[in-house]
Design a protein around this ligand. Sequence first.
Ligand code: ADP
Length: 334
Amino acid sequence: DRLVTAEADGEDQAVEAALRPRSLDEFIGQERVREQLSLVLRAARARGGTPDHVLLSGPPGLGKTTLSMIIAAEMGAPIRITSGPAIQHAGDLAAILSSLAEGEVLFLDEIHRMSRPAEEMLYMAMEDFRVDIIVGKGPGATAIPLELPPFTLVGATTRAGLLPPPLRDRFGFTGHMDFYAPAELERVLHRSARLLDVPVDAEGAAEIAGRSRGTPRIANRLLRRVRDYAQVRADGRINREVAALALDVYEVDACGLDRLDRAVLHALVTLFGGGPVGLSTLAVAVGEETETVEEVAEPFLVRSGMLARTPRGRVATAAAWRHLGLVAPPTAAG
Ligand code: ADP
């Protein structure tokens, strides 16, 4: 339920469709991936064939689903969207593969979470556009080969390193998505504001961008909350002051930390002198489960250079002390 989570919630899903860029030209940032992909697609169009399979790796909310839809749109091809966890049996995958149209794009989100038998079926499908359907059980089982039309698999994963090498090797192209720079998020916000018909000035967009953790999905979500505030407590326009006041209400601070993130830092600094302290002790101090602290709060604190995981425990860096408005002791980690 956090406002700053990069995973999509129900409201995001409803609104995101309207905010997705529809072409590579409209897609903001990720210059390298965009250029590489543009070459892959143009070459395929020139050959009159289907593009190679594409792997997109990177954290959630950075535009992997959007890019897969753009690939289909640029090729004038239909797209089918599914995910690794939705494919539990090889039969589930066979059903999808055998119903693909020629040139169709198959988007497989969280491809690293597919079951093993499905994964093995996918190897052959990707390489030879063929699957073996197993009929019967035990010694009497027979494999019936089934030809597939050529298609393009677009796989998405949070980390390419999670994929078994035989799967990774079957992609013709891998695009690594990075977090967005603030200036890129500002462009995302201006574009979304235009589509949502909300007036936002440059400083207002900058204020929201700075709190969006490098993630377009979060930027778009914060924009909607700021819009609510602007409509109820101001004249509907978003400027720096309105954006800052609104996000203070939602407890998303100037660096994009929320209440839980700050509680962790605060406990680390005030109760344990900045650490090192063990994860479970820290979790008890903030009244949360160990997993919540480790998986929900820590990744962004580490990424923003405020918390370090050391063999002796968690340590607050000088940046963490400064962020809380405190003077770091000389011993604080840089
Ligand atoms: P992922 O599949 O990586 O989780 P999505 O493709 O669903 O991310 O993107 C989340 C939202 O962020 C989309 O609704 C889209 O509007 C927005 N978005 C992502 N990347 C961009 C971008 N480069 N330019 C504009 N909007 C973007």
